[in-house]
Design a protein around this ligand. Structure first.
Ligand SMILES: [Fe+2]
Ligand SMILES: [Fe+2]
Length: 146
């Protein structure tokens, strides 16, 4: 398959994915009208916001093909790396905090809500850490997809 064909295929898939994200926004809104429970509502709101973010990410994947200037080079990262390094430390600290919270609640009763939310936060903070680790790999000119 030519590069052009691959770009078209990915673009088509991203657009389909964006329709799913739009549906996710509508579905989570519907669920929020069906319950007053604060936890369920919060989970739906989190998913809804992520669906909006995912839509934007998919758009950048598309735009990156269409507009030459959207690319990323090691130099782009080197320019802001001191600040990113500080941020990496912050993310690592939040992972430790989530782990400490979960460890403190282990085996306790009536803390399902707290454990559920801390588990969510832990995974989310680990994702941020991974995103930054991948930027580091791009900075080193060594990024390869799996
Ligand atoms: Fe999504
Ligand atoms: Fe974070």
């Amino acid at each position: 398959m030519s590069i052009k064909e691959k770009q078209e295929e990915i673009t088509k898939a991203m657009k389909e994915w964006q329709t799913l994200e739009n549906k996710a926004v509508a579905q989570t809104a519907k669920i929020m009208t069906e319950t007053d429970h604060p936890l369920i509502r919060l989970v739906m709101e989190v998913i809804q916001r992520y669906s909006n973010m995912h839509h934007r990410v998919q758009q950048m994947i598309i735009d990156g093909f269409e507009q030459e200037f959207i690319g990323i080079s090691p130099d782009d990262l080197v320019r802001v790396w001191d600040s990113i390094e500080d941020h990496i430390k912050l993310e690592k600290k939040t992972i430790e905090m989530a782990q400490a919270g979960l460890a403190a609640l282990e085996g306790t009763s009536k803390t399902v809500l707290q454990q559920y939310l801390l588990t969510y936060l832990l995974v989310d903070e680990q994702k941020h850490d991974k995103m930054l680790a991948d930027l580091d790999t791009i900075k080193k000119g060594m990024f390869k997809s799996a």
